[in-house]
Design a binder for this molecule. Structure first.
Ligand code: GDP
Ligand code: MG
Length: 667
């Protein structure tokens, strides 16, 4: 038995899904977090699964993640629908309910967030609501786990008895006549295509192009439908979409006046409004954002993360010494010894060392996200983003880009127009991903130990500014036109849940450790091999005659104008294409430095100026393979993907060139 979880964005679907299935999907106080359907088995109930779907406001989809939801409901035909409704916002949420009812699939309404309604002295007459809507209604609180057992019982019973919603007719007058006329006309077509008749009729009256197309009506029938609609429009003196919306809201209003005692203006709401007078203020919003981000960076790099990284460094160093001693005592073959100590320990260790920084940074970012602040930033960013031809909507994927470009590029599915989507995909690589953090952390610690946090934030901001610049160019050239209007609901500020914050930290750490022991491990071993042997596969003592040095020297010419003359640097940059952390592990392997010496060794390879040039180059140059694959998937074109690689690398080279050459003039 399969149940679909359908409801508005931010109504608590994923929270409910996690509670029912015991899984740990990402929950966010942020619309647009769930972008793919997720299936899970309900704990304690055999053969009952539920599917978490992206949030929708109506069954007329605009964005591709909304299409996922509609297609799932129409084509996969779940055994039942659990329609989750935010009780604190019941009028707007019921708008979707009324459309879901037309699908004639057994359905239960889960009235969520009842804890908040009750805490503010609101109440809802469940019995009345159930009679008015003709479907079972169960009050729940997904967070507090109230009413979940009743909900599942009710849902299973309804699906078992195949109890379809009892009522589909909420209309009257002219709309009623139009829908019924159309319904009779298309009944046979709807049946053939497997559409619920009533749904098809309503959508045709509303003027839904995809439904019209998939019903294969002949010209005569389309004509008759248009006549019926015209008649309705003239009689009501509005257009077709407004007529249906009016009809639905009229009904919802009637029901709600009868059975909802509105909660008092909630404490959460009042608190949100007063916080927002500053945080979304015309003038103060930007300094507030900058101040908050600076604090986060300062705490991460200046206070907490760095200390922890130092501890980690000492731990890894000791481990390496112990293993080193053990291997020497055992008298192992020197080549294997070198592989383990100079290859694996140096390479993988160089990356593992920075895990604390990443975990701490994501701790703060998820606090900001979970509290609802990031939704405000998206709102505030709408205006500046519009200047480069994007809307505040694009901020969500861009924000994710600071974590990892792969999910960020996937999140562009939430954007309504192809133009906005493509442009956002091209710009996300400018948001510096967390895999680059080890590079920044190492270099700033080596060259700017006093101003680490400051240099770090400058890098991030440089990325953003250059992204904006690129957006500007794109708007004037390949992406003319206007972005779609921006509508985003600002959720109340909530106290971040410890569980979801810890979960995100754990996921980040796990992801990093996994990468360190898979792709970084592999890259390290390959690099170690290429630098330990010459082209005749003789073991070389000194790396300068190795295969790798040969390759590195071939290409190092390109990098001389931007300040890197050593072949080891160009090699590190190339391995960075597999994963950004590999830049560090390669440098560690190639210099033969152990973890403690790594910082000092960087001074032999770089001057402070070429270190800056290096940071700028790594900030901007081509995203890693995984990200490139994601770009290819979303853009669907090889040409576009190659463009991304060349554009980013060219841009990076040019920026580093400017930095290095200007720096030389001044220094
Ligand atoms: P989705 O977008 O529908 O998947 O919604 P989420 O599950 O991501 O939840 C959105 C927000 O609502 C999160 O901040 C949840 O903690 C919060 N939330 C979910 N259920 C409840 C509830 O029953 N009561 C309260 N007070 N908050 C809830
Ligand atoms: Mg969700």
């Amino acid at each position: 038995m399969i149940f679909a979880l359908a409801g508005n964005q931010n109504s608590g679907k994923t929270t409910l899904f996690n509670q029912l299935t015991g899984s740990n999907q990402r929950v966010g106080n942020f619309p647009g977090v769930t972008i793919e359907q997720k299936i899970g088995e309900v704990t304690g109930k055999k053969d009952v699964s539920i599917v978490d779907l992206p949030g929708i406001y109506s069954l007329s989809p605009y964005t591709s993640e909304e299409i996922i939801t509609r297609d799932f409901l129409l084509k996969q035909k779940p055994d039942g629908i659990i329609n989750i409704v935010d009780a604190t916002n019941i009028e707007r949420n019921l708008y979707l309910t009324m459309q879901l009812v037309e699908l004639q699939i057994p359905m239960v309404l889960a009235l969520n967030m009842m804890d908040e309604v009750q805490a503010n002295n609101g109440s809802i007459d469940i019995q009345h609501l159930r009679e008015a809507l003709g479907i079972p209604v169960v009050p729940i609180s997904a967070v507090k786990k109230h009413g979940l057992a009743e909900l599942m019982e009710q849902a299973i019973e309804t699906a078992h008895q195949q109890k379809k919603p009892e009522r589909i007719d909420f209309c009257s007058g002219a709309v009623h006549r139009a829908i019924h006329a159309v319904a009779h006309l298309v009944e046979d077509h709807a049946q053939k295509q497997g559409f619920p008749m009533r749904f098809a009729a309503t959508k045709l009256v509303e003027g839904d192009a995809p439904v019209l197309k998939s019903l294969f009506l002949d010209a005569n029938e389309t004509d008759m439908i248009e006549h019926a609609v015209k008649e309705m429009e003239t009689e009501l003196n509005t257009d077709r979409e407004a007529a249906l919306a009016d009809m639905r809201y009229q009904f919802i209003e009637d029901v709600c006046t009868k059975c909802v005692v509105k909660p008092k203006e909630s404490r959460e709401y009042r608190r949100s409004v007063s916080l927002d007078t500053v945080l979304t203020h015309k003038v103060w919003a930007f300094p507030a954002f900058l101040g908050i981000m600076l604090t986060v960076f300062w705490l991460t790099f200046g206070v907490i993360g760095n200390r922890l990284s130092e501890l980690m460094e000492i731990g890894l160093e000791n481990l390496s010494t112990v293993v080193d001693g053990g291997l020497t005592a055992y008298g192992i073959n020197p080549v294997i010894h070198s592989l383990i100590i100079n290859g694996i320990f140096a390479g993988v260790g160089a990356v593992l060392m920075f895990i604390p920084i990443i975990v701490v940074l994501f701790f703060f970012l998820s606090l900001l996200e979970d509290s609802g602040y990031m939704a405000r930033v998206a709102y505030v960013m709408d205006k500046p983003l519009r200047k480069i031809g994007l809307s505040g909507r694009s901020f969500v994927p861009m924000l994710m880009g600071f974590g990892c470009t792969v999910p960020a590029v996937m999140a562009t599915r939430t954007l309504a127009s192809e133009r906005d989507k493509k442009m956002t995909v091209l710009l996300t690589p400018f948001m510096s991903c967390s895999a680059k953090l080890p590079i920044y952390a190492l270099f700033t610690a080596a060259f700017f130990p006093k101003n680490q946090a400051l240099v770090m934030i400058c890098l991030y901001i440089t990325g953003i500014i250059l992204g904006v610049l690129s957006g500007f160019i794109m708007k004037k050239t390949i992406f003319r036109g206007a972005p779609v209007p921006f509508v985003m609901e600002l959720p109340n500020y909530r106290f971040p849940s410890l569980k979801s914050v810890l979960l995100l930290m754990w996921e980040k750490a796990k992801d990093f450790i996994q990468r360190a022991f898979t792709i970084i491990f592999l890259a390290t071993v390959i690099i170690w091999f290429l630098q330990s042997f010459d082209i005749r596969l003789n073991h070389v003592e000194d790396g300068t005659n190795s295969i790798l040095a040969l390759i590195g020297r071939l290409i190092s010419g390109i990098f001389v104008p931007i300040g890197f003359s050593d072949w080891r640097i160009s090699t590190a940059l190339i391995t960075g294409f597999t994963a950004k952390e590999a830049v560090i592990s390669t440098l560690a392997v190639l210099t033969g430095a152990n973890i403690a010496e790594l910082k000092d060794v960087m001074h032999t390879l770089f001057s402070p100026l070429s270190a800056i040039s290096f940071l700028v180059f790594t900030l901007l140059y081509t995203p890693c393979v995984a990200a490139v694959a994601a770009v290819k998937r979303e853009l669907g074109s090889v040409k576009g993907t190659v463009f991304v690689i060349l554009y980013q690398t060219g841009f990076a080279w040019f920026a580093a060139f400017c930095v290095y050459q200007l720096g030389r003039l001044i220094w």
